[in-house]
Design a protein around this ligand. Structure first.
Ligand code: PMP
Length: 444
């Protein structure tokens, strides 16, 4: 039991506890679909921890793999040495990455390992800038993100991120960053309904930016296939394909940030697989180890890798890497996690339960305060009308009530997100949605 002054030493600005000046909710144990609090309450986890524990909590094969690895090889210095699991894991990841559908599509054959989503994003942006120089296009320094994009908290990630509040206290950050418009539009956002003209229209904004600055100044575009933590924003049909076409036409790299979308969240290995669009790089983290040992990484195309390896005379070497790149514990955790995904066919399971989650989520339409419901794969969201003058407060009230009733969901602004582990039963899904539904009627 901690004294109040001990609670101050741990500085974690984002937590709801601090934001709303409440005592932290302490979790002490987890298993499967549940957390347990320090006062012994069982909480149904409707958000996979933080969009990451996709295989469920404390899965035995993953726990055992981590334990075995910790007792065998705790660390291998990545700048001097290697260890076999790093190669095994890289190959496994390449094996589930989207395959080129046309000869023009990149082949994602290489993996750069790091330790988080933020590091993965900064790594991908650095690779993009360095690659443009390697191939003699050093004037391509501009980066393009998207409004309401979230790409972590590294210098690159917040610069290309589209959340002003995450960025404004830090000054200039990266210069030469532009943002595409977000794809959230209450009239047009339903992926399943299909709005190809709207998708093309939104993506064509990239053409406008290219015209404005000239393609010869632009290095890369980064987007989440589905923007997760800013409210589960599903792109209209045709949007990502059109971004692919435009970037290819102008020699601009396309990066998918799949830190949330990867590892089954959209009912496929990656969002790229689900949407049938192959980018030049994919960033990943979270689900790669099902939230156990921190790990992130970037899937990189054959072309990019090759150009670094056999670049023109005088080509710059990519100077980038982390002490904990391909850490043995993370590799062991990831390999065991990929085994669980495969052996239990969890990506397929998420795809087959998508209609159930969709039906339950869309059942929230017409409930008090609800202005929109969105879903794709094993992620869904319900957006509430904000309470006048108190943005986010209504959704947070619902969140708190749900937590008190033993169900953890996530709020972002006035959107409540559902992102359960891929092992969730229909009963779990039902309880998660019903608890939110009941509480919608109880908040003002
Ligand atoms: N990119 C995306 C799309 C994310 O959702 C997140 C985290 N929610 C990140 C990057 C940053 O990941 P991390 O918190 O592991 O640094």
């Amino acid at each position: 039991h901690l004294r109040p002054e001990q609670l101050d030493a741990f500085w974690m600005p984002f937590t709801a506890n601090r934001q709303f000046k409440q005592a932290p909710r302490m979790l002490t144990r987890a298993e499967g679909m549940h957390f347990w609090t320090d006062d012994g309450r069982q909480i149904l986890d409707g958000i996979s921890g933080l969009w990451c524990c996709n295989a469920g909590h404390n899965r035995k094969p993953i726990v055992e793999a981590i334990q075995r690895q910790a007792a065998t090889l705790d660390f291998a210095p990545p700048f001097q040495m290697a260890h076999p699991l790093a190669f095994e894991l890289a190959n496994r990841l390449v094996g589930i990455a989207p395959r080129p559908a046309t000869p023009a599509d990149p082949s994602l054959d290489h993996v750069f390992f790091c330790n988080s989503g933020s590091e993965a994003v900064d790594t991908a942006l650095k690779i993009a800038l360095a690659w443009q120089r390697v191939r003699g296009e050093g004037s391509r320094t501009r980066l393009i993100g998207r409004e309401r994009g979230y790409h972590g908290v590294g210098f690159g990630g917040i610069s290309v991120g589209g959340i002003v509040s995450n960025r404004k206290m830090f000054g200039t950050l990266l210069a030469g960053v532009d943002h595409l418009p977000h794809t959230h539009d209450l009239e047009h956002n339903a992926y399943s309904v299909g709005q190809p003209e709207w998708g093309a229209h939104l993506a064509d904004e990239l053409e406008r930016i290219v015209t404005l600055h000239d393609a010869s100044t632009i290095a890369a575009v980064i987007v989440e296939p589905v923007a997760g933590s800013t409210g589960v924003l599903i792109p209209p049909i045709g949007y990502l394909q059109r971004l692919r076409d435009i970037t290819r036409k102008h020699g601009i790299l396309l990066i998918f940030d799949e830190v949330i979308c990867g590892f089954g969240r959209l009912g496929a290995a990656f969002g790229a697989n689900r949407f049938g669009v192959v980018p030049d790089m994919i960033t990943f983290a979270k689900g790669v180890t099902s939230g156990t040992v921190p790990m992130g990484g970037v899937l990189v195309s054959k072309q990019i890798h090759q150009d670094f390896m056999v670049g023109p005379p005088g080509a710059i070497e990519l100077f980038h890497g982390y002490t904990y790149s391909a850490h043995p514990l993370a590799c062991a955790a990831a390999l065991a996690t990929l085994d669980v995904y495969r052996d239990e066919a969890l990506f397929e399971r998420a795809a087959s339960l998508e209609p159930v989650l969709a039906r339950l989520a869309h059942g929230l339409k017409g409930r008090p305060h609800v202005i929109d419901v969105r879903n794709l794969g094993f992620v869904a969201a319900v957006e509430l009308e904000p309470r006048a003058g108190q943005p986010g407060a209504r959704a947070f009230d619902v969140f708190l009530r749900c937590f008190e009733q033993g169900v953890l969901v996530r709020t972002t602004g006035d959107t409540i997100a559902f992102s359960p582990a891929l092992i969730a039963s229909e009963t779990d899904l039902e309880r998660m949605i019903t608890t939110v539904s009941d509480n919608l009627a109880k908040v003002d």
